[in-house]
Design a protein around this ligand. Structure first.
Ligand SMILES: Nc1nc2c(ncn2[C@@H]2O[C@H](COP(=O)(O)OP(=O)(O)OP(=O)(O)O)[C@@H](O)[C@H]2O)c(=O)[nH]1
Ligand SMILES: [Mg+2]
Length: 211
């Protein structure tokens, strides 16, 4: 198999060194169905050259990998993607993109460990492919937001997407284009804001007295 894309240049030509005052690293994972755009998002938003573990898809995967809806895809993530984005002077997000194919799902538990929150990327042409990711995150107790990646397919109202995914009303839902750095940044900011609110709510919640 050819090792594909760790040499692929990032969107920004300049590399940003990690600031000396950055002392708070937050681990975020990008999950979702096969070919939903996870690698694309990590790649477009990372300020360092991202690590991608993509391999060329070969005939050996035929009959194993479900290529429905992703014909023409030539590479797939076989371990994880890794990138970094500085939020402010102190806070840095470390981004991990999960592999989307079922045969690599066993890696997800490891990826979730120590994760503060997750982005579920959804291709609305294949909404059902997102159920597994949402289910795993809910079971793991990892907070998440949902981002519908723009593949130019039919558009659905937020309400339709929420119903199809059976989403809790408190889970933020946004549209994005994973190829765009700005759009991907908005997704990550939405997640960070959501996490802040969750932690603020937890801090406000009355403590249960021990009897
Ligand atoms: N039109 C469009 N194409 C996109 C977008 N995001 C990703 N793609 C394309 O969709 C294909 C799959 O993207 P990947 O980033 O490899 O998807 P992935 O979720 O990492 O795939 P796996 O790791 O194999 O599960 C690539 O050819 C991308 O160029 C998007 O927002 N719009
Ligand atoms: Mg990938």
């Amino acid at each position: 198999m050819d090792s594909a894309t760790s040499e692929t240049p990032v969107a920004s030509e300049t590399r940003t060194p990690l600031g000396a005052s950055a002392d708070n690293g937050l681990k975020i994972v990008v999950v979702g169905g096969f070919g939903a755009g996870k690698t694309t998002m990590v790649r477009s938003v990372s300020e360092i050259r991202p690590l991608n573990t993509e391999e060329t898809m070969t005939q050996a995967g035929e009959g194993v990998d479900d290529l429905k809806g992703v014909r023409g895809k030539t590479a797939t993530t076989v371990a994880f993607d890794f990138g970094r984005i500085t939020l402010d002077e102190r806070n840095v997000l470390y981004l991990f993109g999960a592999p989307g194919q079922e045969r690599f799902w066993f890696l997800w538990d490891r990826l979730f460990s120590g994760t503060l929150g997750a982005v579920v990327l959804v291709d609305t042409r294949r909404i059902d492919d997102s159920w597994y990711a949402i289910d795993r995150l809910e079971r793991h107790g990892t907070p998440f937001i949902v981002a519908c990646n723009d593949f130019g397919g039919p558009t659905f109202t937020p309400q339709q997407v929420r119903e199809a995914l059976d989403l809790d009303p408190h889970v933020p839902l946004v549209n994005c284009d994973a190829r765009s750095r700005e759009s991907s940044k908005i997704v990550l900011i939405t997640l960070v804001e959501h996490l802040k609110e969750l932690y603020a709510d937890q801090a406000r919640a009355p403590r249960q007295e021990l009897v």
